[in-house]
Design a protein around this ligand. Structure first.
Ligand code: APR
Ligand code: ZN
Length: 402
């Protein structure tokens, strides 16, 4: 099998099919060490797999948590799971996408055959690689090598690489008219936040909502609460720099738990006359999960846990909290059946029904990925999108890239 440096003007499907590609990827060698840009070998797709030229990728809180060692994952690994790109080649038997198609790789696949996929409500495909991540493709091998070492993949996506290989069941084909630099966040951030509101909680018009954690996911939740007609949205964060963005997107009241003399849930209970209708956790800590549960009305409140807690932890709360009728819900990727729903979300974006552009506050070229990780760590962005390849990109009103 030949291997060559991918030319910078490489066009999908021209000549590289069936060969290994050498390209740039951000390799995380060990936890708690910045990623390093390396030449990696990306093997051709095997049967049922798709090789994608990644053009853009968002950097999500989960990528940072893995790099910090909070979420257990095999290393060395190529992170990134909010990408968008163009199909370069497909393996044997692939029928749903072809070279040149515009696609979003998905961390929650949709095989359309398993118990979850066949159930009308289930979306957590049994072929997922999130709960006990192997870092490998479905056949138990990896398509990445670097410096003679096997490199693991993240959730079967690994979008911090100029090329990646993804299982066909984890590829959403999207309208070619969609600007990939903007809809890349529809592979995780947007469905996770929107779906938590419309599918899991089913937020109602005129309701009071609480959102704990005003990062990329929390603010997508805020946006969807507002779109669902929530009358009051209480935003909670320990970083007050998030408040102006939160207010712009629809938060009506802000709380910094660090500035309160009592637990935030007590404050919220008082502010709402007994608890909110809906409360969302978008931090990923046990304490904020319990605070979320206690912030919603004891009798009819719905608490939704969206954040991912550090690996191996246990959530502890007094079960009497549930007796009056509180609801505690979870869900990944907003409970959307991913391959069906995400292309529809992209179409809704194109028709102007969902306006997600304000969720992207920063853009960097791929070589600045460490800077993007630092910004995410400091809380200085909502979402930072990295540009890995030349491609479809739209300009803002001033003519510059957003
Ligand atoms: N109370 C309130 N807010 C907090 C607290 C706390 N104790 N600790 C951190 N935060 C805030 C941060 O200041 C930040 O604004 O939570 C927000 C988290 O946002 P991001 O780091 O941008 O992460 P995001 O991408 O939004 O993901 C949030 O969802 O997908 C999961 O793994 C992800 O658990 C993470 C969560
Ligand atoms: Zn399935």
């Amino acid at each position: 099998m030949g291997s060559r440096r991918a030319p910078c003007v490489h066009t999908a499907g021209q000549g590289s099919e069936g060969t290994a590609i050498i390209c740039r990827a951000a390799v995380a060698w060990t936890p708690d060490t910045p990623v390093s840009l390396e030449d990696v070998q990306v093997d051709p797709p095997k049967a049922g797999e798709v090789r994608i030229k990644i053009l853009f990728s968002g950097l999500c809180g989960t990528d940072l948590h893995i790099l910090e060692g909070r979420t257990k994952m095999p290393f060395p690994i190529i992170l990134g799971h909010e990408g968008a790109g163009v199909v370069e080649s497909v393996g044997e038997g692939v029928t749903t996408v072809k070279p040149g198609d515009h696609v979003l790789p998905l961390s929650v696949p949709q095989c359309r055959e398993c118990r979850s996929c066949l159930h009308p409500k289930g979306n957590f495909c049994r072929k997922e690689n999130i709960i006990s991540p192997t870092g490998l493709m479905l056949d138990g091998t990896s398509r990445f090598t670097c410096k003679g070492k096997r490199v693991f993949n993240l959730y079967g996506t690994s979008t911090f690489s100029e090329y990646t290989v993804v299982s066909e069941i984890a590829v959403a084909r999207v309208d070619k008219a969609a600007p990939l630099d903007r809809v890349c966040i529809m592979s995780c951030q947007v469905p996770t936040g929107f779906g938590a509101v419309v599918n899991t909680a089913k937020v109602t018009s005129g309701s009071t909502c609480v959102v704990i954690g005003l990062g990329g996911i929390g603010l997508a939740i805020v946006m969807a609460c507002k779109a669902s007609g929530a009358a009051r949205i209480i935003g909670v964060d320990i970083n007050e720099d998030k408040f102006p963005w939160a207010r712009e997107l629809g938060v009506t009241d802000v709380l910094n738990p660090g500035q309160l003399s009592r637990p935030v849930q007590e404050e919220i209970q008082e502010m709402t006359g007994g608890g909110a209708d809906f409360a969302f956790e978008a931090v990923g800590l046990n304490d904020t999960m319990v605070a979320t549960l206690e912030s919603c009305d004891p009798s009819f409140g719905v608490a939704v846990l969206v954040g991912m807690a550090p690996s191996g932890q246990k959530l502890t709360f007094d079960p009497i909290l549930m007796l009056p009728g509180r609801n505690l819900r979870g869900g990944a990727m907003g409970e959307y059946k991913t391959r069906d729903a995400i292309p529809q979300l992209v179409s809704a974006y194109l028709q102007g029904h969902v306006r997600t552009d304000p969720l992207i506050t920063h853009r960097f070229p791929f070589q600045d990925i460490r800077r993007a990780f630092r910004l995410q760590q400091e809380g200085g962005c909502i979402r930072c999108v990295l540009r890995l390849g030349e491609g479809q990109e739209v300009k803002d009103e001033q003519g510059g890239s957003l």
